[in-house]
Design a protein around this ligand. Structure first.
Ligand SMILES: [Zn+2]
Ligand SMILES: [Zn+2]
Ligand SMILES: [Zn+2]
Length: 377
């Protein structure tokens, strides 16, 4: 991650240096700059699309959505620049898949200070952001409503995890405020994982619209699906990632005649551990296999950890156990846990029966549900 962001920063720095030099040395260039500045709020609104503190909240001044901006920039890095690595040849594509899987894992971990056990780290992170971004930029226009939501969120000690699994989550304005600090959590990584899957199958040429969520034709604006697949003989198919956007997809299909349907990762990955409340990241072995060999034959979406070279008697940190237990909220239900988060006694019991029940300890491939039988071409 670090080098990715350092280079992004270098690109920004380069453009800033060009701008500074020209504004200083060239009158014509500077005069245009002054015209832009005289446009006032209109110009600032344009600029707010690039960084804007706060989150859109009903009934309050429509602030920009920082989490969408951060997510777009991050997805842009992957699907519009880093992507050229994948386009070079098959070997580079494998490297691309591997790198992006690691970045997705880091993206998931960004949202791992939600559990109360990490509330101190969470507060430290929030305070650091506020201080280092500077209050003027962190709270656009020093908007009072958002400043007080931030303070409330900062003081909150319990789980910042939504329902489910949290039966008593805080007020949604607190959850939203916390979310606004990160590139779109959960939805963002899922979109990238679906994109990776599509790149690895011959279902059509993949057009990412992840950072183009509005399309314009004259005075018309529509919300397109996340991805278009360009197939032979002029066939185009739209894919919307995640559920609940059927209306939006229907509108798009009606206007363009392009059939659109919703897809999601198998079994609603990624999983949040019912024990520690952190996201369960993708196992190194899966990352190796997925990047080397692509989508597994038969579309089998799990590997049994028993057979994994990193199993190490159950000490691999990313083993998933789907079991019936009392979770961190005292609720007894069947859910996914880090194997590492189970009690030693329970772990022993599972390990001793593992050869009869290998399916109890698994790692998931981020495969897409609903496209197994879709004809490749
Ligand atoms: Zn979408
Ligand atoms: Zn856990
Ligand atoms: Zn493993």
């Amino acid at each position: 991650m670090r080098e990715v962001l350092r280079r992004l920063n270098l690109s920004a720095k380069h453009l800033i240096l060009l701008d500074k030099f020209l504004a200083e040395k060239d009158n014509e260039y500077r005069r245009i700059e002054e015209k832009l500045e005289r446009m006032g709020e209109d110009y600032i609104d344009f600029c707010r699309e690039l960084y804007f503190g706060g989150v859109k909240t009903r009934g309050n001044p429509p602030l920009g959505s920082r989490q969408m901006i951060l997510s777009d920039i991050f997805q842009y890095i992957i699907t519009s620049r880093g992507y050229y690595l994948a386009a070079r040849d098959a070997n580079y594509k494998r490297k691309f898949v591997k790198i992006v899987m690691y970045l997705v894992n880091q993206w998931l971990i960004m949202d791992c200070f939600g559990p109360r056990e990490s509330s101190n780290l969470r507060k430290e992170l929030m305070s650091t952001l506020k201080e280092r971004i500077g209050e003027d930029n962190f709270f656009e226009a020093r908007d009072n409503y958002h400043i007080s939501r931030f303070e409330e969120t900062l003081e909150y000690d319990d789980d910042l995890i939504p329902k489910p699994p949290n039966p008593q989550p805080p007020n949604s304005s607190i959850l939203d405020t916390y979310d606004s600090l990160f590139p779109k959590i959960r939805g963002g990584p899922i979109e990238i994982l679906v994109y990776l899957y599509l790149l690895q199958r011959r279902l059509g040429f993949v057009v990412s619209l992840l950072t183009q969520q509005r399309l314009i034709s004259g005075d018309r604006v529509i919300t397109p699906p996340d991805i278009l697949l360009l197939r032979s003989k002029g066939e185009v198919i739209g894919l919307e990632i995640g559920r609940g956007k059927e209306k939006q997809s229907a509108d798009f299909s009606l206007v363009t005649g392009i059939p659109t349907f919703s897809v999601d990762l198998v079994e609603k990955q990624p999983f949040r551990c019912d024990g520690c409340g952190r996201w369960i990241i993708y196992c190194d072995r899966v990352i190796e296999l997925y990047s080397e060999n692509g989508v597994p034959e038969n579309h089998k979406h799990v590997i049994y950890c028993k057979d994994c070279p990193y199993f190490n008697e159950g000490t691999c940190p990313n083993i998933i156990c789907y079991t019936h237990l009392t979770n961190r909220y005292g609720e007894t239900r069947k859910a996914r846990y880090h194997f590492r988060c189970l009690e030693p006694k329970k772990r022993k019991e599972i390990l001793s029966n593992l050869s009869e029940n290998p399916e109890i300890l698994v790692a998931y491939y981020p495969l897409v549900e609903g496209l197994e039988k879709f004809p490749e071409e």
